[in-house]
Design a protein around this ligand. Structure first.
Ligand code: NOJ
Ligand code: MG
Length: 531
């Protein structure tokens, strides 16, 4: 059988937050040489691609998401040579590298912005979004920053406001200016020519704003506990129709190279999300599907969401699923340690490319951050409402050494209190560990086309149980997941027959199943059902 699928359809993406994966030079911050030293681990785990959060020169106001040079490497992470070596070593092992591209905004220290703010008639003035004040000197619109306060900052020298969806240190680029488009495509070309396998596009759904600068409407459903910018609907600042023209230009560039891909960061309802696939060959290859993060961990809700998602995909749209990232509370803290195992089975058996977040495979949890060690500007601007992202960005737990094997120096964020027990070294040696479960799931998915590229069909279930079939040619797997903490007996109309290929508890492999199955609390199984 010839297999037409691309690596990013069959493969598993693993997100690394470079500051926190492995420090190699003892400064307490992870770096590229550190990642390179850990490629053995990633190869053992079996992932196909690494997505690196930004490693470009940056003043680090938002820890790399404020880029001051799109075609360099920040010395904190190493040199361009370190990058090339990492790329080469990864490729030699069959591991792809996807870079994080941040098109919406640069750093305020980027030479483009320094020029742009220098005078009103500077040729780069129009590379950013500058506006005259509104009545009484107020900001030009009511737009709010996601990181607190107005999305406009007054520039005393040139007597205008500039727009920033995030920090004032992250001015938004003007994507209506063709020179900006060319400069950013050049930056992408630079990395493509170096051999990177693709890009994760930061906040791609909000790079273009309303050309008439209309005020955003009030959000009638705003609740007190929500972040303040939810007071307004983001009608005129996000998901504007013109964004698709920009994406299609990026896509055209990627398509001049072999086997490259773009995955877009997009938080939108499903019917809007799927528009980012574009017409065939014009959109992003994958618009991140964050439903397993944003929805309540409830079998009926998730069953409905999978169904809606599968139904909404365009015929050329390849699905994908995500369980965690550097902006979201840790999976194990959201759903609990027992359900984290069920979630792993779900992520690696649903139809679509799975994206994992470093450390979730050993059950890392949110780490409480003492006030004097807070780094995230979101926590600093909006303290105490649970929006800070440091807890999910703590150093990878490799072993029981004092800094968990991450560094020989005090790390930039604290190490989890349980690192001596919860770490890669212990988990690799413990039969039945979450890490062993991940490895086995990845192996099974890669061995079995039914699990990676096979069709998906839901099975009728009730209560806390979710079940579906993956099928390719004459091979069928039935996946049955218990999202509850009570045992569950699953009976026909499920036509269950065959033998267990894997259980979350890693202790039922080979057990015969005929007609019905009893699941323990928090258990998920993959049943091999040859036809
Ligand atoms: C989304 C990134 O994931 C997040 O970490 C960052 O703060 C914002 N974009 C701004 O770049
Ligand atoms: Mg370092």
């Amino acid at each position: 059988m010839s297999d037409q699928h691309e690596w990013w359809q069959k493969g598993i993406i693993y997100q690394i937050y470079p500051r926190s994966f492995q420090d190699s030079d003892g400064d307490g911050v992870g770096d590229l040489a550190g990642i390179r030293n850990r490629l053995d681990y990633l190869e053992w785990l079996g992932v196909d691609a690494i997505w690196l959060s930004p490693v470009f020169p940056s003043p680090m106001a938002d820890f790399g998401y404020d880029v001051s040079d799109y075609t360099g490497i920040d010395p904190l992470f190493g040199s361009m040579e370190d990058f090339d070596q990492l790329l080469e070593d990864a490729h030699r092992r069959g591991i792809r590298i996807v870079l994080d591209f941040v098109p919406n905004h640069s750093s305020d220290q980027h030479p483009w912005f320094i020029e742009s703010r220098s005078s009103r008639d500077n040729p780069k003035r129009d590379w950013y979004l500058w506006r005259d004040p509104g009545p009484d000197g107020r900001p030009p619109t009511n737009w709010l920053s996601s990181f607190g306060g107005s999305a406009w900052t007054w520039d005393e020298k040139t007597q205008q406001y500039y727009h920033h969806h995030f920090l004032p240190a992250q001015p938004d680029l003007n994507w209506r200016n063709p020179q900006v488009v060319d400069a950013m495509l050049d930056a992408m070309r630079f990395w493509l020519d170096r051999g990177v396998d693709g890009f994760r596009l930061d906040v791609i759904w909000l790079i273009i704003k309303d050309e008439h600068y209309r005020d955003n409407p009030e959000n009638p459903d705003f609740q007190e506990h929500e972040p303040p910018h939810h007071q307004l609907l983001a009608t005129y600042t996000t998901d504007r129709p013109e964004v698709h023209d920009i994406i299609s230009k990026m896509r055209k560039l990627l398509d001049r190279y072999d086997e490259r891909m773009m995955v877009g960061e997009i938080y939108l309802p499903i019917e809007r999300l799927v528009t980012y696939y574009g017409a065939h060959g014009t959109g992003v290859h994958l618009p991140f599907n964050f439903q397993l993060i944003t929805l309540p961990w409830d079998a009926r809700t998730i069953a409905r969401a999978i169904e809606q998602y599968e139904a909404a995909l365009p015929s050329h749209g390849w699905p994908n699923w995500v369980l965690g990232n550097h902006d979201q509370p840790r999976l194990a803290s959201r759903v609990g340690m027992a359900q984290a195992r069920v979630a792993a089975v779900m992520l690696l058996t649903l139809r679509g490319t799975p994206t994992m977040y470093y450390g979730d495979e050993i059950g890392m949890q949110n780490v409480p951050i003492p006030a004097d060690r807070v780094h995230d500007p979101v926590e600093k601007n909006l303290p105490g409402i649970g929006m800070g992202r440091d807890p999910q960005r703590t150093p990878m737990q490799w072993n029981a050494a004092p800094q968990a094997g991450f560094s020989d120096h005090e790390p930039w964020l604290p190490i989890a209190a349980d690192a001596a027990e919860r770490n890669v070294t212990v988990a690799r040696e413990t039969p039945g560990s979450l890490l062993r479960l991940y490895r086995r799931l990845i192996e099974l998915r890669q061995e079995q086309p039914a699990l990676s590229i096979g069709s998906y069909s839901p099975l009728p279930t009730e209560g806390d149980v979710l079940a579906y079939v993956r099928r390719e040619a004459d091979h069928r797997f039935i996946i049955v997941l218990n999202l509850g903490s009570e045992p569950a007996r699953v009976e026909p109309p499920l036509e269950i027959c065959g033998s267990i290929a894997l259980s979350t508890h890693l202790d039922r492999e080979g057990e015969k199943v005929q007609g019905w199955i009893e699941l323990r609390a928090d258990e998920g199984v993959i049943i091999d059902c040859p036809e």
